[in-house]
Design a binder for this molecule. Structure first.
Ligand SMILES: Nc1ncnc2c1ncn2[C@@H]1O[C@H](COP(=O)(O)OP(=O)(O)OP(=O)(O)O)[C@@H](O)[C@H]1O
Ligand SMILES: [Mg+2]
Length: 305
């Protein structure tokens, strides 16, 4: 549905914001783009949506080139921009009705009503937009992107500044759109959001796409597990036989930790515990823990700078 080939963007001041990006997204897929501030996420979305001109490379949406078939590709796309730009004096109702018109779609008051209700904005439909709260304005932007029934939806930090309840509503909406076959690319700084809704994760830093991978695969490939054995008493010196097995002492000296690859060879937890007790240590409790997407992300981005 989206094909990005060798895309580069150098801004007028010479800054290279996108450096040979290659990416393809299938129909009905949800891709989350993660990356620190200034990584190039908004630039990438802006080029794909035809708001920023690429310096080189190409992009197609549903097989149509974004430059040669600008109107066609634009009609397939919905964009929720990162920056709030809404017309202060209009009402939500007029704003959404007008947005449909912009895309050459016939009037459809039922659709506008449904979108406003889905976003809990129905009771504000006739208020001036300037009187809405920040989170409500952001919801209206989402409504603007949905009202022309796009096949590809770009959400640039859709839940920044949005409360917990609405964030979950949003996740449900995204899920419903996925079921309808809408292709979705979102950026977020909330890693749990990517973890909750994305099929694939892309990590971008310094204008380069560091990786794009299936979420589950990424977590099992780069994720690590650890076994933490809490001890009855403080341990000042690590017994040599445990160190030789790969245990290390926790900083507080109250537990020993064994780290292993999630998909590595079978780990014999019972044997490990036996070794701890053979070393004469009393076991108070045990915990196993798996590294989160957040830890994986911080590792990746840290390595690339
Ligand atoms: N019009 C412009 N002229 C020059 N440089 C720009 C322009 N727009 C963006 N940049 C630079 O391009 C880089 C990428 O910006 P971009 O907005 O794509 O980052 P981002 O990944 O969306 O960051 P954030 O998480 O903060 O939204 C930044 O260094 C930014 O300063
Ligand atoms: Mg951005």
């Amino acid at each position: 549905m989206i094909e990005v080939n060798n895309l580069c963007k150098q801004y007028a001041n010479g800054f290279m914001a996108l450096d040979h990006i290659n990416l393809s997204v299938k129909k009905g897929e949800i891709l989350a783009l993660l990356g620190p501030n200034g990584a190039g996420k908004t630039t990438l979305i802006s080029v794909i949506c035809g708001i920023v001109n690429p310096s080189s490379g190409s992009v197609t949406i549903g097989g149509f080139d974004i430059i040669q078939n600008y109107r066609k590709t634009r009609s397939l796309i919905g964009l929720v921009p990162q920056e709030l730009t809404t017309d202060a004096f209009e009402t939500p109702w007029d704003n959404l009705t007008f947005s449909r018109g912009l895309f050459g779609l016939p009037k459809n008051p039922q659709k506008v009503e449904q979108v406003l209700k889905d976003l809990s904005l129905w009771d504000k439909k006739d208020e001036r937009i300037m009187t809405l709260s920040g989170g409500m304005k952001r919801r209206l932007l989402i409504g603007k992107a949905l009202v022309h029934e796009p096949q590809v939806l770009f959400l640039d930090e859709p839940t920044a500044g949005v409360d917990v309840g609405l964030r979950q509503d949003m996740w449900r909406m995204v899920d419903a759109l996925r079921i309808q076959g809408v292709t979705i690319v979102l950026t977020t700084h909330y890693i749990e959001e990517a973890e909750a809704i994305a099929d694939r994760i892309g990590v971008i830093n310094g204008g380069k796409l560091l990786l794009v991978e299936d979420k589950q695969l990424l977590m099992s490939r780069l994720g690590q597990k650890q076994l933490k054995v809490e001890l009855m008493t403080r341990l000042d010196n690590m017994p040599a036989e445990l160190a030789a097995q790969g245990f290390r002492l926790a900083e507080d000296c109250l537990s020993v930790i064994y780290q292993y690859d999630k998909d590595g060879l079978e780990v014999n937890i019972a044997g490990l515990l036996q070794s701890v007790s053979d070393a004469g240590l009393g076991v108070k409790d045990i915990h196993t823990q798996q590294s989160s997407l957040e830890e994986i992300f911080v590792d990746l981005v840290g390595e690339s700078v």
